[in-house]
Design a protein around this ligand. Structure first.
Ligand code: PEP
Ligand code: MN
Length: 280
């Protein structure tokens, strides 16, 4: 074990400081361009996914999101449309020409989900599902690894290592808030995790302020804070009719609000890059 900035990580670890790891998804370069991922929490039906995605494309979103396999707290809650949902998101991808990301919950579905999406998402609840990590590590598709809701940075980085060590180098880390005693927000977004990880690892770091806060009124501010902290992208839940969202309704953003957010984020991200290039 090696002590890297106080974290115990194996000497074999692939974490490198310095140059960002970059890779292409659709028309964008993850780790270089500032990436906006947006879409509904769940794929509910064709109209909802298509209508939401059309608006998002017009607003300049880079990658569309939508869950087909949902990890819900209760087994009685909507579990997602499964493969039918994947078919919908793939049709939307083909119609709009934008890449898509969706969650895979089970090792048995990695091949299936890979056939439909451009990025495989590993959710917070599965961050330490080591068999799943190894399986996506053998996939050709990039992987977004969301931080476990009660996980330390050391545990999170070791989970990324499970994917990297199987040969898949295209990993995105996504801070999505952790459990604290605070109940006002759904989770507590650990903004400091962004520069902390970027000081240790070459991997791109994204923030999900939707699950991070669980509140539409806080998503814009936390998005801007994430950009200022050095994030490489944001993943945000948007629904064309938020009041009708089947899952995560309280954090479903209206496209009008999202349009203000994306404009501010693009401007801030440009200024931050200029400031950073000035500082060398
Ligand atoms: C999601 O992004 O769809 C999701 C379920 O988030 P998390 O795994 O962070 O709870
Ligand atoms: Mn959600």
């Amino acid at each position: 074990m090696e002590d890297i900035k106080g974290l115990k990580l194996s000497k074999k670890s692939e974490f490198k400081r310095g140059k960002n790891h970059t890779f292409r998804v659709g028309n964008v370069e993850v780790g270089k361009d500032f990436i906006m991922i947006a879409g509904p929490c769940s794929i509910e039906n064709r109209t909802q996914t298509l209508e939401t995605s059309r608006i998002l494309k017009d607003l300049g979103v880079d990658i569309l999101r939508g869950g087909a396999f949902k990890a819900r707290t209760s087994p009685y809650d909507f579990q997602g449309l499964g493969e039918e949902g994947l078919r919908i998101i793939k049709d939307v991808k083909e119609e709009l020409g934008l890449p898509v990301i969706s969650e895979v919950l089970d090792t048995r579905d990695v091949e299936l989900v890979s056939g439909y999406v451009d990025i495989l998402q590993i959710g917070s609840r599965n961050m330490q599902n080591f068999s799943l990590l190894k399986e996506v590590g053998r996939s050709e598709k990039p992987v977004m690894l969301k931080r476990g809701m009660s996980s330390t940075l050391e545990e999170w980085l070791n989970c990324a290592e499970y994917i990297l060590s199987e040969g898949n180098k295209n990993v995105i880390l996504c801070e999505r808030g952790i459990r604290t005693f605070e109940k006002f927000t759904r989770n507590t977004v650990d903004i400091s995790a962004v520069p902390a990880i970027k000081n240790i690892s070459h991997l791109p770091v994204f923030v999900d302020p939707s699950h991070g806060t669980g509140r539409v009124d806080l998503i814009e501010s936390v998005s801007l804070a994430s950009v200022a902290a050095g994030a490489d992208g944001l993943m945000i839940e948007v629904h064309y009719k938020p009041e009708e969202a089947v899952s995560d309704r309280l954090q479903a953003m209206h496209p009008e609000k999202y349009s203000i957010l994306i404009n501010k984020v693009r401007k801030l991200s440009k200024s931050i890059s200029e400031i950073n290039s000035f500082n060398g």
